[in-house]
Structure formats: C-alpha cells, structure tokens
Design a protein around this ligand. Structure first.
Ligand code: A2P
Length: 290
C-alpha cells in the first residue's frame, strides 16, 4: 500500500544554489517537462527520469516538494506522497496523474508546477500492482476509479501485459465524463501508437477492452463497476464469461471503499489476494487521495 514513509521525512537543510546554473536545488530533484490540466480536479505531469531508476510497471515512488520553512527553526522538510508511475518502464521520462485538493498539503501546491520547475523524487519504486504478484491466467482485469487509473496507464503500455494474457480489460469509474478523458486518450494512443505496435506486435491492441463508466453525470455507460459486475451487465457488454479463479486475474486501484467492496466480491468469486512473494489471482492498492 502506498503510505507515507516516515523515514523519508528527515529535515534537510536547503541546498545553496551552486554556481553551475543547472545544479539541483532540491534533494533527489527532477525537472518537470510537461503539465496538463484535465479538469479542475485532475492534472498529469511528466518529469525527467533518474538515469539509474529501474521500476516494474505498476509500482509507485514517493514524490513531493519542500514544505514551507518551520517558523521557529527556518528549516525545511520534504513533503512527500506515494504516486504510481503512470508511464511504462521503457519511457525516457516519468509520468504522474494527480488529483488537486485545494487544502491538501501537497497537491494544493503541486498543482501549480510548470515545465522547468523541480520536484523531489525518491528513486525507490515499490508496490503490489505488478505482474510478479499474479499467477498466469487467460484474462486480466484492471479495475480503477479516479486517479487509480495511473498504475494501469503504465501496465497497459508494458509489452508483458499482452504477452501474459489473451484478454486485457480496463474498467474506469469516475463521477463525471471529463474525468474519463485521461483514460480515453491513453487507450486511443495505445491503439494507434506505432512504436507500441512494434514492441508488442501488430494487432496487440485487439486484446484490449476498455469499459469507462460514470456515476454522477450522463454518459453512454452509467453506474459503479461493482453494481455492473453484480448485475452481470459488464459481462454482457464485453462479451466475456463471468470472473472465475481458473481464468481471471485482477488488479484493483481506487478509493478505499471501492477497493474493499471489490476485494470482497472477488474473494466471493473464489479469487485470492497475491503478493510479490506469493503470487495469486488478484492484487489491490489504494490510489493517492490527499
Ligand atoms: P459514486 O459517485 O457513486 O460515489 P471519488 O471521486 O469519490 O474517489 O469516486 C470515484 C468513483 O468511484 C465515483 O464514480 C464513485 O461513485 C465510485 N465509487 C465510490 N465508492 C465506490 C464503491 N464502494 N464501489 C464502487 N465504486 C465506488
């Protein structure tokens, strides 16, 4: 689970700007290369990738900014949160997808970053939404709500996803239509990207099924994915058999209530939770919410 690692919150003295113009002013600094605001609640951004950083698609890292100086000591601490890496492991840069919380300690400030700014990125990727935590299967379901789509944006651009499974299904439930746009463009780009086709083989995207739903604004498919699974509507719409442990694998990433509800449903269907050290039929991780 992405939680704040208290050992990360060590006070550090602000590094004085060195003479070289591009010297990083932050510990573990990376430079922002691109920012896109999708709605008033959502934005994505790209940063430079540390040359030594290797990660498995679906993992997260701690990122953040320096906090305001302590009024008594004047010292500044890094303010870090867990963010899933949304870009695939072969990408030169790193991409993140974030909510904006107006009074959130980090995102109230992070939402104002611009290309050229620096953020802190601890190069220690971890996480459970990885292929290693699942046993081989016929079909994989990626279940996301809101910004929980981020780790799947990485996994859906990883050749291993299409090598390991005959069918790949992304479900994404959001409140409003505008919140689906990041996923919609992701899927369009995957289906038309020539480099991905070269890496993964022509026609790989025929394995991919995308199932976006909204709950609070009219769209072609409305409802919580949990309800649509219970009623069987998802299976009918996608033309697939109901989930069973022999054939289906699942990864869950969204808000807490959703994670818990879907986890219980999958358990009732006979799927068991896997881990890096003990691969099974499904894995779950909480999306960043602060
Ligand atoms: P709803 O609008 O019915 O609450 P949020 O933006 O609050 O994180 O929610 C993202 C999406 O997840 C919303 O569409 C929300 O639906 C849905 N959601 C919230 N809780 C659950 C749950 N327990 N099961 C399924 N979907 C959920």
């Amino acid at each position: 689970m992405p939680t704040n690692n208290k050992t990360e919150l060590i006070p550090v003295t602000e590094t004085k700007a060195a003479k070289a113009p591009k010297a990083p002013a932050l510990p573990d600094a990376q430079t922002v290369t691109f920012v896109k605001h999708w709605t008033d609640r959502l934005f994505s951004f790209r940063v430079t990738r540390p040359a030594s950083l290797r990660f498995r698609s679906g993992e997260f890292v701690m990122i953040g900014l320096m906090d305001d100086p302590d009024p008594n000591t004047g010292k500044q601490k890094p303010l870090l949160r867990a963010y899933s890496i949304a870009s695939p492991s072969w990408d030169e840069e790193l991409e993140f997808y974030s909510i904006k919380v107006q009074d959130g300690p980090l995102t109230s400030r992070l939402q104002h970053i611009q290309p050229g700014d620096e953020i802190i990125l601890r190069p220690k990727p971890v996480g459970t939404l990885v292929h290693d935590a699942l046993l081989p299967g016929h079909r994989v379901w990626f279940f996301a709500t809101g910004t929980g789509i981020a780790p799947f944006a990485s996994l859906l651009r990883d050749p291993q996803t299409y090598e390991d499974y005959d069918e790949v299904i992304l479900t994404h439930t959001c409140r409003e239509v505008g919140e689906l746009q990041y996923g919609k463009e992701l899927i369009e780009n995957i289906r038309t990207d020539e480099m991905l086709a070269e890496l993964m083989g022509e026609g790989f995207h025929e394995k991919l099924k995308y199932y976006p739903t909204t709950t609070r604004e009219e769209s072609p498919k409305m409802g919580r994915i949990t309800d649509l699974l219970r009623s069987g509507e998802v299976y009918t719409d996608l033309g697939v058999e109901p989930i069973k442990p022999e054939t289906d694998r699942a990864m869950i990433c969204g808000n807490l209530a959703f994670n818990l509800e879907l986890k219980e449903m999958l358990e009732e269907m006979g799927l068991e939770e896997g881990a890096n050290s003990d691969p099974k039929q499904y894995v779950v991780e909480k999306a960043f919410l602060d």
